[in-house]
Design a protein around this ligand. Structure first.
Ligand code: PNW
Length: 445
C-alpha cells in the first residue's frame, strides 16, 4: 500500500451555503460579500454549492473518484452551536466509512464578524481565540481527523484582507497587514499545540523569478519567509525587518512569540497556481500594474513600492494567471533545499476555465486536463530530484464561490449548475479518477 495521499480540496464559505442555519453566526465574508461593489455581480456565499445539505451526494462523488483524502475547511462561525459541530462530525464519519481520510483546515478565511469588530487579525486576542476554537473542535472530532491544517494561505488573509483590501475584511493598511501576518503566525503556533493529532499549515508560496536578485529576495521575504521564518525556524528574517523598517518597528512581536510560532508540523501544505515575475522599477518607465501598483488601488506588497510585478507571457487560465508548471518543480526543490527535513503536500493546484455543459450533457475541459497533467508531471520531477512530496489535492472538487470573483470562475473537476445545484462530472474528473487509479504511489516524472 502506498502512503501517497490523492485528494481534492474545498473550503467552507466557498461551497456550504446555509449561511444562517443551525446557529451559524456571520463571518467577515458574509459582511464583505453583502457590501455592494466588493464581489463581482454581487454574488454571496449564502447558498453557494449547497454542500451543507448535499454533502452525502458530494461524498459519494469523492468515493467514485477514488480519492484517498478530502481536504475541507471547518467554518469557525458554525462552532458556536452544537448543530454546526455535528455537521462536521457526520461528514468525517461518512468519509471514514468510505476509506477517505479527512484533512481538516481550521481557518479558510471565514473569521466570525464579532472578532473582526474587535480588531480581527490586527488584534492579538484573535490568536488566543483561535487556539480556543482549535481546542474545541479538536476535542469534538478528535482522532477521526487524519491531518489538521491550522491556516489556509495566511498571506491572503493578511495581505489581501488588510493590505490591498480585495478580500474580507477589505482594509487597506500596510501596518495592519504586517500585524495580521504576525497574529496569524502566532495563531498557528498556539493552535498546533492544542490540536489532538498531526498538524500542518498551508501556505500559498510564491515562486518568485526575475533578473534582479535583490528584488526577488525582497518579494520572497514578504511573500514566503514572513511565514516560513517564524513557523519553521522560529524567527522573522532579518532582511524582512530591514525592508519594512520605515513602515513598522514590529513592536507587535512580543518576547517569546517567535518561539511560539515555531510548532512542530507533520507536513507543509503548498498551494501553487502560477509563478511570480518581478523587476526593480527605475522610477521612470511606465509601471507594470499586474498587482495594482500605479493604478490607484492599494497593493498587497508591503514595502515593495519600487518593484513591478510583471505580466508574464501566456497562455493564461480564466483568472488571467499564466500557466507554467516549471515553477512548481522549482518551488518544491527550493523548499526542500531550505527546509530539508520538512515533508510537503500539494494542498491546492488547479485552474479556472470557462466550462459549459454541452448539449450532450458533457463538459469538455481538455485545458484543465492538460494543466493537471503538466503540474502532476512537475511534482513527479521534484520528487525524482529528492523533494519529499506526500500528497496532491486538486483545487477544486466542485465549482464554487471564487471569493471576489463570485461564481464567475469555475475551478471544479465537477461542474455545478447553480440554478439547479446539479453536479456534472467534467472530463477532467474522469481523467483524474483514472490517473489516481493508475498511480497509487503518486506522480512520477
Ligand atoms: C486560493 N492571489 O486563493 C484559495 O486557497 C482558494 O480558496 C481559492 O479558491 C483558490 O486559491 C483559487 O483562487 C487564492 O491573489 C486567491 O495570489 C488569491 C491569490 C492566491 C490564492
Amino acid at each position: 500500500m502506498s502512503d501517497f495521499l490523492w485528494g481534492a480540496a474545498t473550503a467552507s464559505y466557498q461551497i456550504e451555503g446555509a449561511a444562517r442555519e443551525d446557529g451559524r453566526v456571520p463571518s467577515i465574508w458574509d459582511t464583505y460579500s453583502h457590501t455592494p461593489g466588493r464581489v463581482l455581480n454581487g454574488d454571496t456565499g449564502d447558498v453557494a454549492a449547497d454542500h451543507y445539505h448535499r454533502w452525502p451526494e458530494d461524498v459519494e462523488i469523492m468515493r467514485e473518484l477514488g480519492l484517498g483524502a478530502y481536504r475541507f475547511s471547518i467554518a469557525w462561525p458554525r462552532i458556536h452551536d452544537q448543530r454546526g459541530i455535528d455537521f462536521y462530525s457526520r461528514l468525517v464519519d461518512a468519509l471514514l466509512e468510505r476509506g477517505i481520510k479527512p484533512v481538516a483546515t481550521l481557518y479558510h478565511w471565514d473569521l466570525p464578524q464579532e472578532l473582526e469588530d474587535a480588531g480581527g487579525w490586527t488584534a492579538r486576542d484573535t490568536a488566543y481565540r483561535f487556539a480556543e476554537y482549535a481546542e474545541r473542535i479538536g476535542a469534538a472530532l478528535g482522532d477521526r481527523v487524519h491531518l489538521w491544517t491550522t491556516l489556509n494561505e495566511p498571506w491572503c488573509s493578511a495581505f489581501l484582507g488588510y493590505g490591498s483590501g480585495v478580500h474580507a475584511p477589505g482594509r487597506t493598511d500596510p501596518v495592519a497587514a504586517l500585524t495580521a501576518a504576525h497574529h496569524l503566525n502566532l495563531a498557528h503556533g498556539l493552535a498546533a499545540r492544542v490540536l489532538p493529532g498531526p498538524v500542518s499549515v498551508t501556505l500559498n508560496l510564491h515562486h518568485v523569478r526575475g533578473e534582479d536578485a535583490d528584488a526577488v529576495r525582497q518579494v520572497d521575504a514578504v511573500a514566503n519567509r514572513v511565514f516560513l521564518g517564524p513557523m519553521l525556524d522560529g524567527a522573522y528574517p532579518a532582511d524582512l525587518l530591514e525592508d519594512t523598517e520605515q513602515i513598522t518597528d514590529w513592536s507587535f512581536v512580543q518576547a517569546g512569540d517567535e518561539a511560539t510560532c515555531n510548532a512542530p508540523i507533520e507536513v507543509l501544505g503548498v498551494n501553487y497556481y502560477s509563478p511570480t515575475l518581478v523587476r526593480r522599477w527605475d522610477g521612470v518607465a511606465p509601471r507594470d500594474t499586474a498587482d495594482g501598483h500605479g493604478d490607484g488601488t492599494a497593493s498587497p506588497w508591503v514595502g515593495c513600492a519600487d518593484i513591478d510585478f510583471v505580466r508574464q507571457p501566456g497562455p493564461y487560465t480564466e483568472m488571467g494567471w499564466p500557466i507554467d508548471a516549471t515553477g512548481l518543480t522549482e518551488l518544491l526543490l527550493r523548499v526542500h533545499r531550505d527546509h530539508p527535513g520538512v515533508p510537503m503536500m500539494i494542498t491546492e493546484n488547479g485552474a479556472a476555465f470557462d466550462d459549459r455543459v454541452d448539449a450532450n450533457g458533457q463538459v469538455r475541459d481538455q485545458r484543465r486536463i492538460d494543466y493537471l497533467r503538466d503540474h502532476l508531471a512537475a511534482v513527479g520531477r521534484a520528487r525524482a530530484a529528492g523533494a519529499d512530496v506526500r500528497g496532491y489535492f486538486v483545487w477544486s472538487l466542485l465549482d464554487n464561490f471564487e471569493w471576489a470573483y463570485g461564481y464567475s470562475k469555475r475551478f471544479g473537476v465537477v461542474h455545478v449548475d447553480y440554478a439547479t445545484q446539479q453536479r456534472t462530472w467534467k472530463d477532467s474528473a474522469n481523467w483524474y479518477r483514472d490517473f489516481i487509479a493508475s498511480s497509487p504511489e503518486g506522480p512520477r516524472s
